[in-house]
Design a protein around this ligand. Structure first.
Ligand code: HEC
Ligand code: HEC
Ligand code: HEC
Length: 470
């Protein structure tokens, strides 16, 4: 009996050792001689990430089986719905800089050890991210992020997903002056009553604080006006991303029938040309004079100056420990813990990707109101089903002053907006103290324009009544 036990013990030991050897062999960390990007690529390739995160998943053989198949297909569908990793993998392979949002998302799931799903690595040996592999990925993330930004952050904070706003961007002051004049000029509208500043007043944080803006003749649009401050940091403009540049964007409102309603740019130009001093000044900077392209170029140049550096949080990022309180810092930590900083990243905490509104819970079903054309988001432009309800992520700079929130302007207070982001985007019910903490962090993002703090004197109660006030 004793002999048999002994024998069993040795057999078990050999089996465990054999499994360990096989496991290590299939799970080896790609060689350190490889370039860093290729190592990380190899890790994700083995991890099978693209099987669940691309339009063209390489379905495994067992996806054809009746029971297991259903589970696989469901994971593949919800994986691709949550995150498309195709471009990230292409850029990584080519050694190109990856998108800041991809970087943050991948960093987060690797840090939390969430991916690949256990169901996957239990079947696909060698795909799990071992501690060693995760260390390789996280080192690369850090290096990649430091190379991505030239904002002078140092030490630990150089690896943060949120970045400071630049103190200034290079601009041509003569064009800026013309752009500023045009931005404030109601002659861009059909009846000379509405300027860009009507809906984007610089004294009220670059917004009008209405759910929907009033255009010419009091007509209402169907989507909330985002701020013009820091819009230069967005990768595209508008909630649906239909303008590639600020100049493209500026060509929209003047002819938009519910905004400025001018019949054509020729019409606007004819009005401006009658203004001799203005058209002379314009010609000195743009020799071919007033054209649509020159007008929108000047407005874009002006908008490049609408940045709000030196918020308390930026001071903290730059190394000033006393710039924010312990509660605010804790709020920032929660902002990262709850995935907020996987969509709200970079200097503007957003504006760098399209994301599904209602990732973790059906926002539009809960909202109950009838769906509008605007609720389609990016889908309006691409007609791709996957883009329905995807929106360009709004930036969060000066967000305490840019109420109401969301594309539909349905959240009147920052607290509500934060609480609901937890539910719909992060899949957590935030406790009151957490909402307060995150909100206190968001208030540290209020910066300065031309040395003056961004404020907003619009009375919230007069617009929405008191029902939602906290
Ligand atoms: C078997 C399918 C599957 C594989 C393989 C897989 N994922 Fe996922 N992934 C999902 C699903 C499902 C979700 C969405 C739900 C969730 O987060 O649990 C998701 C979500 C994500 C997200 C979005 C963040 C989030 O939490 O929603 C990222 C980023 C991600 N995965 C990265 C990866 C990476 C990197 C790999 C490879 C190491 C990988 N995934 C492998 C199925 C998969
Ligand atoms: C009647 C109100 C109104 C006027 C006038 C107006 N806008 Fe807007 N603006 C909006 C609304 C509403 C949106 C969002 C529209 C959308 O996303 O489809 C917007 C979006 C923008 C954006 C995109 C910001 C982002 O984060 O996507 C910029 C930049 C902008 N406007 C600048 C301007 C400029 C420049 C002018 C003058 C040429 C102007 N606006 C005139 C209401 C207005
Ligand atoms: C998956 C991506 C994603 C995640 C995660 C996410 N957000 Fe958002 N956030 C968005 C999108 C998209 C919108 C715009 C939604 C809309 O307009 O319908 C938004 C809007 C907001 C707004 C309103 C801004 C405005 O001007 O309207 C706030 C505030 C905000 N998010 C904070 C947070 C916080 C806090 C968290 C974490 C608890 C978080 N977000 C997590 C994508 C995300």
């Amino acid at each position: 009996m004793k002999r048999i036990l002994k024998w069993c013990f040795w057999a078990l030991l050999v089996a465990v050792a054999a499994i360990a050897v096989v496991y290590r062999a299939v799970n080896r960390v790609p060689s350190a001689d490889m370039p860093q990007n290729e190592r990380v690529y190899a890790i994700f390739e083995e991890g099978g990430c693209l099987s669940c995160h691309s339009a063209d998943p390489q379905l495994p053989f067992y996806s054809k089986l009746p029971l297991a198949g259903k589970v696989v297909i469901k994971d593949v569908d919800s994986g691709y719905r949550a995150y498309d990793m195709t471009r990230f993998m292409e850029d990584l392979k080519a050694g190109k800089q990856v998108n800041a949002v991809d970087l943050a998302k991948v960093e987060k799931v690797v840090m939390d050890d969430r991916m690949p799903l256990p169901k996957y690595y239990l079947v696909h040996w060698g795909s799990s991210l071992t501690k060693e592999k995760r260390a390789v990925v996280l080192d690369w993330v850090r290096d990649e992020r430091m190379a991505m930004y030239e904002d002078g952050l140092t030490g630990e904070r150089a690896a943060e997903p949120v970045r400071p706003i630049a103190h200034s961007l290079e601009t041509d002051p003569a064009k800026v002056a013309l752009g500023s004049a045009l931005f404030h000029d109601p002659r861009l509208s059909v009846d000379n009553t509405v300027s860009c500043a009507t809906c984007h007043a610089l004294e009220t944080a670059g917004v009008d604080n209405h759910q929907y803006s009033d255009g010419v003749g009091g007509q209402k649009g169907g989507v909330n006006a985002p701020t013009v401050y820091n819009a230069v940091y967005n990768f595209v403009q508008f909630w649906d991303g239909r303008a590639q540049t600020l100049a493209d964007q500026a060509a929209g409102p003047p002819l938009n029938p519910v905004e400025m309603a001018s019949p054509s740019f020729d019409d606007i130009i004819a009005k401006l040309e009658k203004d001799k001093p203005f058209s002379k000044a314009f010609k000195e900077v743009y020799p071919d004079g007033l054209t649509q392209a020159n007008i929108t170029d000047a407005i874009e140049e002006f908008e490049r100056t609408l940045i709000t550096p030196d918020s308390r949080f930026d001071k903290w990022l730059r190394g000033d420990d006393s710039a924010i309180t312990a509660e605010e810092l804790e709020g920032y930590e929660m902002f990262k813990t709850y995935d907020c900083a996987t969509c709200h990243v970079g200097p503007n905490l957003g504006g760098l990707s399209y994301e599904l509104m209602g990732l973790r819970r059906h926002y539009f079903a809960d909202r109950g109101l009838e769906l509008t054309v605007e609720d389609n988001g990016r889908y309006k432009e691409t007609q791709q089903e996957r883009d329905r309800h995807r929106f360009k992520v709004p930036g969060l700079r000066n967000v305490e002053h840019t109420w109401p929130y969301y594309h539909d302007g349905t959240r009147h207070t920052l607290e509500e907006a934060v609480r609901d982001m937890g539910l719909y985007q992060s899949g957590v019910e935030l406790a009151d103290a957490e909402v307060a903490g995150i909100t206190s962090f968001l208030r540290t993002l209020t910066g300065e324009y031309q040395g003056q703090p961004i404020t907003n004197s619009n009375p919230r109660e007069m617009i929405f009544g008191h029902e939602h006030d906290h």
